[in-house]
Design a protein around this ligand. Structure first.
Ligand code: 87F
Length: 509
């Protein structure tokens, strides 16, 4: 038997946490949808993306998911460097003094801030907060570093972890108490420069979702209720999960205006020798992106990974028969992987001799590898290989001679098809409504609702109150930048006042 804190006890605790979570899911109605969704927790572990941990809301990110994070990181980091954003790293700890300074904006968030109160057995003289975000860590130094107009723009980004002590139902990647992200913090002389950057960054977030994760998103503006309270306006990319009928905020790009500049006295001397305040932005995307991708594409067989982010794009499996030339088949597998790797394709051979080909097929299907190559005696004879797509199951025999071209083409097609299928599924969930009755009906049908709205904070609060239920209330997701035509005289679905814009509404993560 394992002693205190030993493995046994940890497993028991995790079990209990798992049970509790299931109960909670029933309570919230989350479990009422499809199988994959009901067993979301267990479903996750199998794919080697994460490991559960004995602290609620914390997860180990295993190589299978970290590889995806790294691929997105390489893309995004290169793009922001083209925009002259520089890397930095600031401390994890925040002194209570500066946190206080931002009190008004932190107020609503205060319950989520975790504190260090002890070192060893001794109480710290002054408790220290763990960053939930780094405005209060960085901006005192922005004030110091920015003196004259030649110090502008200042554009910094850091890749780090943050801690937010969430109390609602944790979900791997989607809502965890510690997560990885990048946070960009920039300062400009003019609002125009800040406005421009907000949209440039938002476009990069769209590309991460659509081009890398094959997840369709809507770019838009957050409502006054849903924007970052410390800023001027918030833009976001929003995704939608058809199975659960929930929207999910994919990433945010904020224009902070001059609020923080006032608070932290981030001033500079302009060309005329006058003192001026900077205009600031901040922007972030997190490991939540991986969760959105998993929920969008996963099926009852397991994960389906888009080729652009899959750490293994092609798995090569030998299919030897009893009296076949086993060595020849194994050699062909190794040669196939070598040829693919040489062309920059991430390939791996599964040469384990303690598993059958059939077992390997379903194992790699569960892990979501986009393309499988099978090589058996007949393939060897015919100088061909068999390909099997994970996204649609289509099989094809391709000549070994043109292996690389074929595989490159297939991977491109899989990437495109996954995006198109996800987009069609999302489009099928969009419902335009004009009245309150249509709205509640669409909400019950788990739709992504597009409604004409008067854009009044009070009305959004009212909609939240009127839709409050077991599965959470409905709120605005965003007002899409691409607005359908709004005919003169259109009324708000909720207040009956003149509508000023189309807005997406729904329950959300
Ligand atoms: C939780 C606890 C304390 C969100 C919090 O979105 C403070 C906060 O300020 C908090 N949760 N926020 C808003 C974060 C805004 C902003 N920060 C930089 C971003 C992008 C990156």
């Amino acid at each position: 038997m394992a002693g205190p804190g030993g493995k046994k006890e940890k497993v028991d605790k995790a079990d209990k946490a798992g049970k509790k979570k299931k109960d909670l899911k029933k309570e919230t109605g989350l479990g009422l949808s499809v199988k994959k969704d009901e067993n979301f927790g267990e479903w996750f572990c199998k794919h080697e993306m994460i490991e559960y941990y004995d602290i609620s809301g914390c997860y180990i990110l295993r190589p299978w998911s970290m590889a995806i994070w790294e691929i997105m990181q390489i893309f995004f980091d290169a793009e922001i460097k083209k925009m002259k954003v520089k890397s930095c790293y600031c401390p994890l700890f925040v002194s209570p003094g500066v946190l206080e300074k931002e009190k008004d904006h932190i107020e609503g968030f205060a319950p989520e801030v975790a504190w260090v109160t002890k070192s060893g057995k001794h109480d710290l003289e002054v408790p220290i907060a763990i960053r939930p975000t780094s405005e209060t860590v960085m901006y005192p130094y922005y004030s110091k570093w920015i003196r004259g107009h030649r110090d502008l723009p200042l554009k910094l980004n850091q890749w780090c972890n943050v801690v937010r002590w969430e109390f609602s139902n944790p979900t791997p990647f989607i809502r965890s108490r510690e997560f990885l992200w990048q946070e960009g913090h920039t300062a400009f002389a003019t609002k125009e420069e800040a406005d421009e950057e907000v949209l440039q960054i938002l476009e990069l977030y769209r590309r991460i979702y659509e081009e890398y994760l094959a997840v369709p998103v809507v770019k838009g503006m957050k409502s006054e209720n849903e924007k970052f309270a410390g800023g001027l306006y918030t833009t976001s990319v929003e995704a939608f999960i058809p199975n659960t009928g929930r929207g999910v905020q994919g990433a945010t790009s904020h224009c902070l205006g001059q609020n923080f500049a006032k608070m932290f006295e981030i001033n500079y001397e302009n060309e005329k020798g006058e003192t001026a305040m900077v205009w600031q932005n901040s922007w972030a995307y997190s490991t939540r992106t991986i969760g959105v991708m998993i929920m969008t594409h996963g099926d009852d067989k397991g994960l389906v990974l888009p080729p652009k982010v899959a750490s293994v794009q092609v798995v090569v499996i030998p299919v030897p028969y009893k009296d076949a030339n086993t060595q020849g088949i194994f050699d062909a597998c190794v040669a196939t992987v070598a040829a693919l790797e040489k062309a920059g394709i991430r390939a791996e051979a599964d040469l384990r001799d303690n598993y059958s080909p059939g077992w390997k097929y379903s194992n790699w299907e569960m892990k979501g590898v986009p393309l499988r190559i099978e090589i058996g005696p007949r393939d060897l004879e015919n100088k061909q290989v068999r390909t099997v797509r994970r996204d649609n199951g289509v099989k094809e025999d391709i000549p070994s001679e043109s292996l690389v071209e074929h595989v490159e083409k297939l991977l491109g097609e899989i990437q495109q098809n996954m995006f198109q299928v996800a987009k069609q599924k999302r489009e099928a969930c969009v419902e335009e409504v004009k009245t309150w009755d249509e709205f509640t009906e669409a909400l019950n049908k788990k739709k992504l609702i597009l409604a004409p709205w008067c854009d009044e904070e009070e009305v959004e609060r009212d909609v939240k109150a009127r839709t409050k239920g077991e599965t959470g209330a409905a709120k605005t997701l965003c007002s899409p930048f691409e607005q359908p035509e709004l005919p003169q005289g259109t009324l708000c679905f909720a207040s009956g006042k003149p509508a000023t814009k189309w807005t997406y509404w729904g329950r959300s993560y």
